[in-house]
Design a protein around this ligand. Sequence first.
Ligand code: PLP
Length: 381
Amino acid sequence: MVYVDTAAITHNVQHLRALAGTREFCAVVKADGYGHGAVAVAQAAQRGGATWLAVALVEEAVELRQAGVSGPILLLSEPPPGSEDLVVVHAIVPTVYSAGCIARLSAAATAIADPDRSPPCEVHLKVDTGMHRVGAQPAEILAMAASIVAQRSLSLGGVCTHLAMADVPDDTYTGGQLLILDQSVRALISAGIRPGIVHAANSAGALAHPSARLDMVRCGIAIYGQDPDAGLAAASYAVQLRPALEFISAVSHVKVVAAGERISYGLQHRFSEDSWVATIPVGYADGVPRRLSSVGGSVLIGGYRRPMVGRVTMDQLMVDCGPVGTDPPPVVAGQPVVLLGNQGSESVTAWEWANRLDTIAYEITCGISHRVPRVHREGRS
Ligand SMILES: Cc1ncc(COP(=O)(O)O)c(C=O)c1O
């Protein structure tokens, strides 16, 4: 079970908002709210003062609208051809950076003209200032902005970019990207085009680069209570985040494995003494990476860390609960198991898994599969 503390999301947005001052605050809820459940996160973020939401896919924006979520929703990339009608009908604000997409959106917005919305479709123009993922080249921005404002069906609501090195606070690349964005914005203003909301900062940008905050910050990972990088702690910027997600299971089986026996596929782990072993009914199909047991992964049972032993299998994993000789057994079937979260004075964080696996906390929470039910609650039990 994944328990998501929606009060923690609200708290995190409130505290990040304080950092962002009067700027717009965009809560990034793509990838099902980084695995936390997009609708519940969006609502909790709005309670904390988020004025915008952002998603990666048109389908993600439609899911929010169908759940009754109101307010501006930014689509972080261009909508794929064929999805423009959905964008207009659901009042999604797409990011654009190609003449083809601008033309398709304009045609859809003209055809679906809504008398209540004029112009019917707001877009944000993205400048590729150095991330080289998506975005128009700086030299193209003026012509593209002019082509947007020339359409009666479109309005230019913002100009934006994405930072490649924001999680390395003293790297000069961020300053260079912000300079290119600024030059693009100035070129529009000189040509009499209003750029609308100018935005660049993700969580790391919002925390570590005050000059990147501009008119709006787009925070993802930090609203979930995770630092943007192992070396970039929100606490060093006086922002106390609360992790919102706990990944909990329960012991399904307990037995003794004799000294000299080996365990799980490939028999990679040998017991040096008769040991209590607990089986937990979660595996790599649930989002516990198969490699975690071989890089020191552990769970919490009864307030103690219990190391994973043998390979994590698709649906189950095993943990060593210590040598036999203790009676009664140190764990019993049905006992709660914390995979991610706190128990007693111990805690296992997404960053702990990420550091062991040489990845980032984002990949850990996004990787908890849909097979694991999400339970949303205000606060913790
Ligand atoms: C364009 C864009 N903006 C903002 C974010 C939010 O980033 P973070 O989760 O690091 O705050 C992302 C996430 O990858 C993104 O792609």
